[in-house]
Design a protein around this ligand. Structure first.
Ligand code: NDP
Length: 269
């Protein structure tokens, strides 16, 4: 667990991750390992920002001289709206996960980071079942559709899934109950794992060769979603490698140099 600062009490530092909740985030540990590996004196901290206070908090961190901020649940849209110089991909996804504070610029590294974790694990001729329609789901959907995948999309609040499909366009079928038949990848983009909630998945209908991928990760090494998937004999992947890949892209944008990926990966073990 991180030492967490309320944004009003933010310490002197150069980089931070903001979110609500934030104590679980492994970003401080991972980025601190990257700085140490390269002999940089920068500091990266976890800052709690409640809903509705993102713009105020970012203005405050900017005034303290922070250089860069990563943004996690549930603030990716508010972060995009705060930024003035918006990368087109982040604009399309309506979600920013990386900010450069000085010039109020933003990017989204979730989509490209995610695609690099997928490599050739999932064939494009079977649909992906995506659960969730929040900030990371929007970013991943944009990248997956551009990469030629088709999506079946379920969200607890169905109108949000419909909005996502309209925003992203392409081959996305919105469904009102989870139908996993024939999918090659079952992708949990919800934050249900953070609260330990179970998702209404008919596991017996999932193909045995499907991959179950949870964007979340936990200190126990599993999540309720991945535990169920393992019980049903599925291959699983948690969000650590995505954390490394999206974090490396953030690092490279901020620092203008290659990220020490091995040191970052090692820090999460
Ligand atoms: P958002 O708050 O933007 O979206 C949350 C989504 O989860 C919404 O679709 C919401 O549904 C759904 N949800 C929340 N609670 C439940 C529940 N109990 N049951 C069912 N659905 C639920 O979050 P983000 O998209 O930013 O992040 C989502 C998750 O992905 C987080 O766990 C985050 O840590 C993880 N993540 C990990 C990354 C990594 O590097 N490993 C990168 C990006 C994200 P509704 O619309 O109905 O409220």
């Amino acid at each position: 667990m991180n030492v967490v600062f309320e944004w009003q009490d933010a310490p002197t530092a150069e980089f931070a991750v903001i979110g609500d909740p934030i104590s679980h985030s492994l970003s401080p540990r991972m980025h601190s390992a990257a700085f140490a590996a390269l002999g940089l004196a920068d500091r990266y901290v976890a800052i709690h920002v409640p809903r509705g206070e993102v713009a105020q908090a970012l203005d405050h961190l900017r005034s303290l001289g922070y250089l860069g901020v990563n943004v996690t649940v549930p603030h990716k849209l508010d972060a995009l709206l705060w930024a003035q110089d918006r990368e087109p991909y982040a604009e399309k996804a309506q979600a920013a996960n990386t900010l450069r504070l000085k010039d109020r610029a933003c990017r989204n590294t979730d989509g490209p980071g995610f695609l690099s974790t997928l490599e050739s694990r999932v064939a494009k001729n079977s649909p992906i079942l995506m659960i969730g329609a929040g900030g990371s789901a929007r970013a991943l959907a944009v990248s997956l559709i551009e990469a030629g995948y088709s999506l079946r999309l379920f969200n607890r609040t169905m109108p949000r899934a419909e909005e996502l499909a309209k925003l992203v366009g392409g081959n996305i079928e919105v469904i009102d109950a989870i139908r996993p038949e024939g999918v090659g990848l079952l992708l949990n983009t919800t934050s249900a794992s953070l609260t330990g909630d179970e998702l209404p998945i008919p596991w017996h209908s999932v193909e045995k060769n499907a991959l179950a991928y949870d964007l979340a990760y936990s200190s126990t090494g599993t999540t309720p979603f991945l535990a169920r998937a393992k019980e049903h004999g599925l291959a699983t992947l948690d969000g650590r490698e995505l954390l490394v890949q999206q974090g490396a892209l953030s690092f490279e944008w901020w620092h203008g140099q290659d990220a020490p990926i091995e040191a970052m990966r090692e820090a999460l073990k």
